[in-house]
Write a protein that binds this ligand. Structure first.
Ligand code: CUA
Length: 184
């Protein structure tokens, strides 16, 4: 089949690149370098939330740690009240082990996330303010320790944001955030 485009003549690939073309290549490289620097700079200067460390963990070990944590936590009608800073949350098909949990405004917590089976997504958003939300991936064999402090009281919904099987859409949980004890 013949092409409607005329092929360039001679040894075109060995010819000199035009200066306009070189400018464009230079500009593209410069833009890429600036964006790359911006990505690193924004992480440092943009007051981003710290993402926290991750550790290797055996799913069974993690499940045992959650069990021990739940035994120490205080059971209330609204959910578990953690004994200290650590808040264990285990993802499994298809619910969140350790939720609902009751936390306090202005207190530093460490959310300790892992999965018992497959990959899940920890999506957290404030019920009356959808714009405030974040998403974290939850993987088996890894424990992610996420530092978190809630600034507003309210109900925060947790939903799975990674397709994890037939029950994915019902994989919900809740974090209830109460005003701190020092507040009026
Ligand atoms: Cu868990 Cu989708």
């Amino acid at each position: 089949m013949s092409s409607p485009l005329r092929s360039p003549e001679g040894v075109w690939w060995n010819g000199k690149t035009s200066s306009t073309e070189r400018w464009w290549v230079g500009l593209s490289v410069l833009t890429a370098v600036i964006l790359f620097g911006w990505m690193i700079g924004w992480q440092k200067l943009g007051a981003q939330n710290p993402t926290g460390p991750t550790y290797r963990v055996d799913p069974e070990q993690f499940q045992a740690a959650i069990q021990a944590y739940k035994e120490q936590a205080r059971q209330t009608d609204e959910g578990l009240v953690p004994p200290g800073q650590d808040v264990y949350i285990g993802a499994r098909q298809w619910n969140w082990d350790g939720l609902p949990v009751v936390l306090e405004v202005g207190k530093q917590y460490r959310i300790r996330l892992s999965s018992y089976d497959v990959q899940h997504g920890f999506g957290l958003h404030r019920r009356d303010k959808m714009i405030e939300q974040f998403n974290l991936q939850v993987l088996p064999d890894y424990e992610w320790v996420v530092p978190i402090e809630f600034k507003h009281p309210g109900i925060y919904d947790v939903q799975c944001n990674e397709f994890c099987g037939v029950g994915h859409r019902i994989m919900h949980g809740q974090i209830v955030v109460k005003p701190g004890r020092d507040e009026p």
